[in-house]
Ligand binder design. Structure first.
Ligand SMILES: *[C@@H]1O[C@H](CO)[C@@H](O)[C@H](O)[C@H]1NC(C)=O
Length: 337
């Protein structure tokens, strides 16, 4: 075979490869429901763009996905204590919830390249069980204190009755309902002061909380989101985050621009994966199954999930919910009890 013939065969193969990659791109793009509309618009607006130019634009129209999982019930849940940064294990029920979260992820064929979690064992264990179900225990896991639950200051470790006896029901209700009023700070001699815990030995004491409101919880979580998680997402990593009620609230409040009043009444069910599709600006793309005020959607049977959200509300003394929110903002809605 002479050289020119070989070269022309080679060129032919290149063309075939190019055509194959173009059609795969189209098939892939066609798969992404909500994105199709914006792509059509892009193609129309550039009436005389070449095919390859349009393809390039499509490839630049990125869409990302993140999955959030709230850990299952802990051993302090049934004792009705303010848990916060106290590192109690999952209860038997919590282990079951974590397993179910993993099964739901597997059933949905979700794959991940890396994971984030807090430095608290109930979230870490939940993540382990999810990764075990997915056969992904080998992927990198970044553990960070900024994903921890809200710190409840001097209330940490107290149960409902002890708290009311000590501080009075009126004051307790103020803390329960408030977005930005933190409970009294934990004493620096207490085991609940993070500065006394070897877990936080590497964290500058000036940034370690002594008490937190939902507002300050969000403020200490967001630097992790902005500085580490977003860059990983943009680098193409498919990420699962196993975290806590209030750090997930903080993130969805940020993503969905939820008001302070509304976020305090939002219940995130335990062990139910919550999936967000994000555009290139990290803005959520509303899913058809989204339950207001969220734009992301929970994985699984939507009726069961609504019942579970109502269950969370019932446990914490909230009203029955039609969606995430109490029908009336009476004395019963809570902010992280
Ligand atoms: C967020 O919501 C507030 C009203 O609660 C609105 O004024 C603001 O423009 C919204 N921001 C974005 C980025 O949508």
């Amino acid at each position: 075979m002479d050289w020119t013939k070989q070269a022309s065969i080679f060129r032919g193969m290149l063309w075939l490869a190019l055509l194959a990659s173009i059609s795969t791109t189209f098939a892939f793009v066609g798969h992404l429901g909500p994105q199709t509309a914006s792509i059509t618009a892009t193609a129309r607006s550039g009436s005389y763009r070449t095919a390859s130019n349009t393809l390039f634009m499509m490839a630049g129209d990125k869409k990302y996905k993140i999955v959030l999982v709230r850990h299952g019930e802990s051993t302090w849940n049934d004792e009705n204590r303010f848990t916060g940064w106290y590192d109690c294990p999952l209860s038997i029920k919590g282990l079951k919830e974590a397993e179910e979260a993993g099964k739901a992820l597997k059933e949905a064929n979700l794959r991940f390249d890396m994971a984030y979690t807090s430095v608290l064992r109930r979230a870490i264990h939940t993540l382990w069980m999810c990764l075990e179900e997915l056969d992904l225990m080998w992927i990198p896991v970044k553990k960070n204190w900024r994903l921890n639950e809200r710190h409840y200051g001097a209330l940490q470790g107290l149960n409902k009755k002890e708290t009311v006896d000590k501080h009075g029901i009126e004051q307790v209700n103020i803390w329960r309902r408030s977005y930005d009023i933190p409970p009294p700070p934990v004493d620096k001699s207490s085991e609940h002061y993070p500065g006394n815990d070897p877990k936080y030995a590497d964290v500058d004491k000036s940034v370690l909380p002594v008490t937190e409101s939902l507002k300050t919880t969000k403020a200490r979580f967001l630097p992790l989101w902005e500085n580490e998680i977003i860059p990983d997402i943009k680098a193409g990593k498919r990420i699962v985050i196993a975290a806590h009620g209030n750090t997930i609230r903080a993130l969805v409040q940020h993503l969905d621009n939820i008001s302070e009043d509304v976020i305090c009444g939002l219940n995130v069910p335990t062990g139910v994966p919550l999936i967000y599709e994000l555009d290139e600006n990290m803005k959520p793309i509303k899913h058809a199954d989204a339950i207001a005020p969220l734009q992301g959607h929970y994985l699984g049977d939507q009726e069961k999930i609504r019942a579970k959200i109502e269950g969370v509300a019932a446990q914490t003394g909230g009203k029955k919910l039609g969606n995430h929110l109490p029908k009336t903002f009476g004395s019963e809605y809570i902010c992280g009890w």
